[in-house]
Design a protein around this ligand. Structure first.
Ligand SMILES: [Zn+2]
Length: 84
């Protein structure tokens, strides 16, 4: 995960944060989050930036994790000894 700071050509617009999904007003500079392949994943709001890089990384990884299937505890089928 990488953070990129870019000049915003159209500041003062409402934008959705890709981490917390809150809307925020863009500034002249914007922070864009990229995955390891360098693909832009969206903009990050100042609130999220304030949480620090490791927090952002953590959030990003959680968001981008392939959906884990809920842990299912397979009931072991009890072997019933047939004594007939
Ligand atoms: Zn945010």
């Amino acid at each position: 995960m990488q953070l990129q700071i870019e000049c915003n050509s159209s500041p003062f617009k409402q934008q959705l944060c890709c981490l917390c999904t809150h809307s925020f007003e863009t500034k002249e500079a914007q922070v864009i989050i990229c995955n390891d392949q360098g693909t832009e994943c969206g903009e990050v709001c100042p609130g999220c930036i304030g949480q620090g890089f490791s927090w952002i990384k953590n959030q990003f990884e959680q968001l981008n994790q392939p959906q884990k299937s809920p842990r299912t505890h397979w009931r072991k089928v009890q072997e019933v000894p047939i004594s007939a």
